[in-house]
Design a protein around this ligand. Structure first.
Ligand SMILES: [Zn+2]
Length: 141
């Protein structure tokens, strides 16, 4: 299975800052953070919600749903492939199993999408308050 992750380190002292799995192209968060070890400020390449353009916001909301959807489809395809290779199953059973996995896959996907969007909503709220704190102005974008 194809796993991806990205580790952020302080560029001054190499202290580990954060590891993220399946990072998307758009990262929500503080642009500049302070290293807990050496106290240096460094840029993360991230953006706060009010700083993003409309298309960046859309990408941010959809990227993890797309990544998760692709992983789930690959998993279902793999399970279906194992079913088809299993000679002890008759063809109607194979068909039933595949339908079963597609059906439950769809349910798992919808439930996860709701959870992911809820979590993102919470992160966006945090991002907005961080941004307001820093700029001292309320951005209604
Ligand atoms: Zn550091």
């Amino acid at each position: 299975m194809y796993l991806r992750w990205k580790t952020w380190k302080c560029p001054y002292c190499q202290a580990h800052w954060e590891t993220q799995f399946f990072p998307g192209p758009i990262q929500l968060g503080a642009d500049v953070v302070q290293c807990v070890k050496c106290g240096s400020n460094f840029r993360t390449g991230r953006m706060e919600w009010p700083e993003m353009s409309k298309s960046q916001k859309r990408t941010y909301l959809w990227q993890s749903l797309v990544i998760f959807g692709v992983l789930l489809i690959l998993l279902i395809a793999y399970i279906a492939y194992l079913d088809y290779r299993n000679d002890s199953l008759i063809s109607s059973e194979r068909y039933e199993l595949t339908t079963y996995f597609l059906y439950y896959g769809a349910i798992v996907y919808c439930a996860s999408a709701v959870v992911m969007l809820t979590l993102k909503g919470m992160m966006i709220r945090e991002s907005k308050s961080r941004h307001t704190e820093r700029t001292g102005s309320f951005d209604r974008k």
